[in-house]
Design a protein around this ligand. Structure first.
Ligand code: AMP
Length: 484
């Protein structure tokens, strides 16, 4: 999972400093690497490994000239590695095109090792966006420079859709002075378009999450639909082009865990969706005849909104029982199991008075390997809890994500091949429940029902794109190689 933002500022402006602010707002989507590509008649690029604040110096920002720019934050997915894989990427020939994306291609290896070499294209990195970039440029090459821009963009995106499989949302810049964006035919990754009205005219942006617009004073216009492209020449009206039709299945895990609660994805408030997860979980809790707790305690941060609404619905007090050290970093970023377990201990510290002698209900957004929940149950017990109940606002995770959420290989999922009772025993809780899939999907849908279905592959093993399952073997092999 990654984040990107592209901005088309009014002619004559340098937009990179604002893009930088947008990237800071998207930092939760990736802390591994970042970059900005700007354009003022020539491309200017700065990218590197680390957090946004560590990569760009004042001198870099002064060099990143131009009113068109696209930026990226990278989340480490399997195989993704050094600075050569940081985004954005650009080429100058046969057309100047720059790009950043969020997603993961399921046929990247085939494109890089079998298909593209036949056309004398050698990708330099193991970063998926390079494949999208070349597929886009090959499509552009089928058009004439004098063709209408809409035709050229449509043909380029059509070629991407034809050749590139998986999940991807893209923001990019064309050297003829255009900002563009597009979303894969299933619309798995989020992609939203925004506008800022100034006295001199309108400026446009495309980004992974609406929260990037909030900090820059852009209003959200709308999400791109699945298979849709958008482009704008600064100072002119933008155009939206539907390139492919089909079922729209955005990733439900964005709502569960990944996105910031102050974002809207496909018209759904992430915050409200999490509240609805909590209410649904409370109703399920009652339907199951689960034991009544004395207190509800969230596992910070992503479970907070759900835990609060669950507590309200159950009529039980809500308390903050764990304090998070924000400077340890997300535990998944740690390279191996031992480091991960250590970091959970350093990351969450209990407030014992909230646990002593109480029956506590701990709420988390998900259980993946079970490390976090086991440690947390242990900690709650040491802090004096009398009984510990555990609720997950999403169903058991059992299947890896081929689309870029770095979770685990099949055998790492604690719920795979285990009953709920076996997982309960393993994490050491006195009661465990997971929000059922149907209840979660219903709760995820906004009351306005803009999204009919979601990708729920990590909970079901059924994916919306055809070659997803095969790509899981490639991911498993890469992970195995990394462990050696
Ligand atoms: P685990 O210890 O493997 O069971 O991890 C569960 C915890 O990791 C939960 O608290 C989630 O909030 C969090 N989590 C779930 N998915 C991810 C992910 N893809 N990347 C980072 N953290 C995650």
């Amino acid at each position: 999972m990654c984040g990107f933002i592209g901005i088309a500022g009014l002619p004559g402006r340098d937009i990179a400093p604002e893009l930088y602010e947008g990237l800071i707002a998207l930092q939760h989507r990736g802390q591994d690497a970042a970059g900005i590509l700007s354009f003022d008649g020539a491309f200017h690029l700065r990218k590197g490994e680390g957090m946004v604040r560590d990569i760009f110096s004042a001198a870099d920002m002064a060099r990143l000239k131009g009113n068109l720019a696209v930026g990226h934050v990278r989340y480490p997915t399997v195989g993704g590695g050094g600075s050569q894989d940081a985004q954005p990427f650009y080429i100058n020939y046969p057309f100047g095109v720059g790009m950043a994306h969020n997603g993961n291609l399921t046929n990247f290896v085939d494109l890089k090792e079998a298909q593209f070499p036949k056309e004398n294209i050698c990708l330099e990195s193991s970063c998926d966006v390079e494949a999208i970039l070349y597929a886009f440029a090959m499509g552009l090459q089928r058009t004439l420079r004098k063709d209408p821009l809409e035709h050229r963009i449509r043909t380029a995106v059509e070629n991407v859709f034809e050749r590139v499989k998986g999940a991807y949302s893209v923001g990019g810049v064309l050297a003829e002075g255009v900002l563009f964006g597009f979303r894969d035919p299933s619309g798995i990754k989020p992609c939203i378009v925004g506008r800022r009205v100034t006295e001199e005219g309108e400026e446009w942006a495309v980004a992974s999450e609406s929260v990037a617009f909030d900090v820059l004073g852009f209003e959200k216009v709308r999400d791109l639909e699945n298979g849709e492209a958008f482009f704008v020449v600064p100072g002119q009206e933008p155009r939206f082009v539907r390139v492919a039709e089909g079922p729209h299945t955005p990733c439900i895990f964005e709502l569960v865990y990944f996105a910031r609660p102050d974002s809207f994805l496909d018209g759904i408030s992430v915050y409200k969706a999490r509240q609805r997860f909590g209410e649904a979980l409370a109703r399920q809790w009652r339907d199951e005849g689960a034991p009544t707790p004395d207190v509800v305690i969230p596992i910070p941060d992503s479970a907070r909104d759900a835990a609060l609404s669950m507590a309200l619905e159950l009529g039980v007090p809500y308390r903050e029982g764990f304090i998070k050290n924000r400077y340890v970093g997300r535990t998944f970023i740690m390279p191996n199991q031992a480091a991960r377990q250590d970091s959970i201990r350093r990351k969450l510290n209990p407030i014992p008075i909230e646990f002593e002698g109480r029956r506590v209900l701990l709420v988390d957004d998900s259980i993946v390997r079970g490390n976090t929940s086991r440690k947390i149950v242990e900690t709650a017990r040491r802090a004096g809890a009398k009984e510990i109940y555990f609720a997950s606002t999403s169903p058991p995770l059992i299947s890896p994500c081929p689309y870029g959420i770095d979770m685990a290989t099949r055998e790492d999922f604690v719920a795979r091949g285990r009953t709920v009772e076996e997982v309960r025993e393993l994490i050491g809780a006195d009661y465990l429940t997971y929000l059922e899939l149907d209840r979660m999907v219903e709760a995820a849908q906004a009351p306005n029902g803009e999204v009919e279905g979601f990708c729920t592959g990590c909970f079901t093993g059924r994916y919306p794109t055809e070659d997803a399952a095969a790509s899981l073997d490639v991911i498993a092999a890469e992970r195995a190689a990394m462990r050696v």
